[in-house]
Design a protein around this ligand. Structure first.
Ligand code: DGY
Length: 332
């Protein structure tokens, strides 16, 4: 029997929804093997040897791993962030990287705004107050929250998600928005609804002026460890810190110091330096921290949309066509 050359070997390294797996299987020889599942690790390594395409997320792909994948042409990441991939290694091998921008923007902005609300109004703490039967009389000042509307929001990173957070803040909550990014946005042209409501601001000034600081930056050599002792020290007394991007942008020891010894009011964190968050991490049970298990894009609709886009990316690339969302190495 002769094999069909248009059917390529594809390695799925994180579970895909059945409809998207079926799309791949209809056209290619697919192996599903998740290296995080001990029983599947051997199959993952075996499949690397012949894979021309890979699709998945949340697993580091570096030089060493790529040497096991000599035929690899394309990786389709079911994520917008590409920090799990050693980009110079991919570029050196000419391996195309695709990702899922756009489809998760609004959901991730919703998550970040949820953390702003939860930390300011102490929602988790107060819900537990009721759940644990401690609501025996009207609450007093010791349980009051902090207004969100009208506060100044500082956004570190002003790409799609940062802009979606800014729209919620400025248009929904009347919040003046300061944003930090390499170069100012042409707001009149690219975000006219926010004209006069968002201001490009240097990092130190933003930290000193914002009541709430939200990190929405990609993780790169430039942003790794960006928030350290000095930066937390610059933040306004009583300010709130939110991270909906990547844990490694924050020096967690500096954040803990700011929570325990500084004047930070609270932190809302969807991401951590190590995930899942280790049980012994002080951030897990810190009274000033609202911690979420990296749920930025985790809704039924959005995770499915990400899988659809990632599958389309891979199918296009394997067919020699331009995929809808190729990661541009020059932007890293
Ligand atoms: C993303 O898409 O980058 C999300 O953070 C999930 O990893």
């Amino acid at each position: 029997m002769t094999s069909n050359p248009s059917r390529k070997k594809v390695l799925v390294f994180r579970e895909l929804p059945p409809d998207q797996l079926a799309r791949l299987q209809a056209q290619h020889e697919v192996t599903v093997a998740d290296p995080r599942v001990p029983e599947q690790l051997a199959a993952f390594h075996a499949a690397l040897g012949t894979a021309e395409g890979m699709i998945g997320s949340s697993y580091p792909i570096d030089y060493a791993l790529l040497t096991q994948a000599p035929r690899l042409k394309v990786i389709s990441s079911v994520s917008v962030g590409v920090d799990n991939y050693t980009l110079p290694a991919l570029a050196a091998r000419g391996i195309m990287l695709c990702h899922t921008p756009g489809v998760l923007t609004e959901t991730t902005a919703d998550t970040i705004f949820s953390l702003i609300m939860a930390t300011s109004r102490r929602l988790v703490e107060l819900a537990n107050h009721v759940r644990e039967g401690r609501w025996t009389r009207n609450i007093g000042e010791e349980l009051f929250g902090w207004d969100v509307h009208g506060k100044t929001l500082g956004i570190l990173g002003f790409g799609r998600i940062g802009q979606a957070v800014a729209r919620r803040a400025a248009l929904g909550f009347g919040m003046p928005v300061l944003y930090y990014r390499r170069s100012p946005l042409d707001v009149a042209r690219e975000l006219p609804e926010l004209l006069g409501k968002v201001t490009h601001t240097p990092l130190d000034e933003l930290l000193a002026r914002a009541d709430i600081v939200a990190v929405v930056l990609p993780l790169s050599d430039e942003t790794r460890g960006l928030m350290g002792v000095r930066e937390f020290g610059l933040m306004k007394p009583g300010a709130i810190f939110i991270n909906g991007a990547r844990g490694a942008i924050v020096q967690e020891s500096a954040l803990l110091h700011a929570l325990d010894h500084g004047t930070l009011r609270a932190a809302g964190l969807d991401v951590f330096a190590r995930e899942p968050l280790p049980l012994d991490s002080p951030l897990r049970i810190h009274p000033k921290v609202t911690a979420l298990p990296h749920i930025g894009s985790a809704t039924f609709e959005t995770r499915h949309a990400m899988a659809v886009l990632a599958t389309s990316n891979l199918l296009s690339a394997l067919a020699g066509k331009r995929p809808p969302a190729v990661f541009d190495f020059s932007t890293a």
